[in-house]
Design a protein around this ligand. Structure first.
Ligand SMILES: Cc1cc2nc3c(=O)[nH]c(=O)nc-3n(C[C@H](O)[C@H](O)[C@H](O)COP(=O)(O)OP(=O)(O)OC[C@H]3O[C@@H](n4cnc5c(N)ncnc54)[C@H](O)[C@@H]3O)c2cc1C
Length: 414
């Protein structure tokens, strides 16, 4: 029996374990993290990989840029237990999780942080195109395909560059645009002249929060990017270099010379098929307290939860503060009184060493930290994202020294 089981050792799992340990309310050995992957990824860095900000594919491999990929056990306190297995079931009635090998493990409190599933397979022809090293198709949503995107952009000699956005939910919904603006910078740098850039999305607007949607629309226009709303990617034909979209029940086919695809995002089957899921397949928690609506010792954080906000690391960091406060209050029999506002942030590289910092909360209401700078892209945010945050991630979050937008100051909840 563990005091805390944290299912999933991705970004949200690292953040919550760091803060649990930092409270000194428990011994680290009372925590079990269940995480099958021996490698921990800093996914926000993959945009920089694909977009060439960290150099060429060879540079990245040679330098093995250390903040991008770490050994999982280096992301946790040395006394935290790590079980390198997959969660295959939840039995919340009996306070148990089931892992590969049908091993059952009991907990006092469970924190579910399993992320979500990228469904590349549901687009016919997409996986063969991504796997074919000669086909100019990439995706920053998976490490090898992000490296391939880097190479495909570097090899692009002109023609039609297509960038696709899927339906929501999407983790970091701005990422499919970021890679497009960074790609344009690379085209200019490489002296490519004869090209068009087309952005296809199923949504009606380029960004869900109207203020940022307007700014990004103007940026796309100023860069000569054609934005196509209400287009859903349906198929890729790598041999003919054709991509297919559905719009108003009509099929449209477009020739490509470079293609970036952000895949549809789905809930994990292990959650969807369990009692902790809601009807959409995500963990069913109270959107303010982050506690499960039915099982009081089950909590969730990060991309796997059904919180109606944008799925980002920034959101997970904000949720960590609330969850850690509430979980100890629940254990102590005090009111579960910290409330998550829905805060999320999407830092959008727009090219030319600038970044638009989008910050918002539930219902798309603005929640800006630097309102005087957030009316347009700024070099300050670019430097923060490019140089500062990767180091914060690597050194501070796992130690519980970073409280998201509260920086190094633990927020107080009354
Ligand atoms: C290209 C890209 C750019 C991004 N840019 C930004 C950005 O600029 N800013 C920002 O804030 N966010 C950004 N994000 C989003 C951010 O990375 C995610 O929101 C964040 O990683 C969510 O953390 P998580 O722990 O919920 O999920 P993950 O980090 O995906 O971790 C989930 C973990 O669960 C594990 N797991 C899965 N299934 C099981 C199982 N059955 N049993 C046990 N473990 C399992 C996985 O191995 C993984 O380690 C970006 C993401 C991508 C892909």
């Amino acid at each position: 029996m563990y005091k805390f089981i944290v299912a999933g050792g991705g970004s949200a799992g690292v953040s919550v374990v760091g803060q649990l340990v930092r409270t000194r309310r428990i011994d680290p050995s009372e925590i079990l993290v269940i995480e099958p992957s021996p490698i921990h990824n800093y996914q926000p860095g993959w945009t920089m990989v694909g977009g060439g900000l960290l150099g060429t594919e060879d540079d990245i491999k040679r330098k093995s840029i250390h903040f991008l990929r770490q050994h999982t056990n280096e992301m946790f306190h040395s006394q935290v237990n790590i079980l390198q297995k997959e969660v295959i079931g939840f039995d919340p009635e009996n306070n148990k999780v089931i892992v590969t090998g049908d091993q059952e493990i009991t907990y006092e409190s469970l924190i579910v942080a399993l992320g979500l599933r990228l469904d590349y397979e549901c687009i016919p022809g997409l996986v063969p195109a991504l796997e074919d090293s000669n086909s100019p198709v990439g995706s920053i949503y998976r490490w090898p395909y992000a490296l391939k995107m880097n190479k495909s952009i570097a090899n692009f000699k002109g023609g039609n560059a297509i960038f696709c956005m899927p339906s929501q939910p999407v983790k970091c919904g701005g990422a499919p645009q970021k890679i497009m603006y960074l790609a344009k910078d690379q085209f200019v740098k490489n002296g490519v002249n004869d090209y068009t850039i087309n952005y296809y999305m199923p949504q009606p607007a380029i960004f869900g929060v109207p203020k940022y949607g307007e700014i990004l629309k103007k940026i796309a226009e100023s860069k000569g990017i054609n934005v196509h709303s209400l287009h859903t990617l349906t198929k890729v034909d790598k041999d003919k270099k054709l991509v297919y979209f559905k719009k108003d029940d009509k099929e449209i086919q477009v020739q490509y010379d470079l293609l970036h695809v952000a895949p549809p995002h789905k809930p994990l089957e292990v959650i969807k098929n369990s009692r902790i899921a809601d009807s959409t397949g995500f963990v069913n928690i109270d959107k303010f307290t982050l506690r499960h609506v039915k099982y009081p010792n089950v909590w969730s954080i990060g991309d796997c939860s059904n919180l109606p906000t944008s799925k980002t690391l920034a959101a997970a960091l904000s949720q960590t503060n609330v969850l850690v406060h509430n979980i100890f209050n629940a254990i102590d029999g005090r009111p579960v009184n910290a409330s998550y506002t829905g805060y999320s942030s999407c830092p959008i590289f727009v090219g030319e060493n600038k970044l638009l910092l989008c910050e918002f909360k539930y219902d798309g209401a603005l929640d800006e930290s630097f309102p005087f700078l957030q009316g347009s892209p700024h070099i300050f945010f670019y430097w923060m994202k490019r140089y500062f945050f990767p180091r914060v991630y690597l050194h501070m979050i796992k130690r519980g020294w970073w409280f998201g937008r509260h920086t190094v100051f633990r927020p107080k909840f009354f």
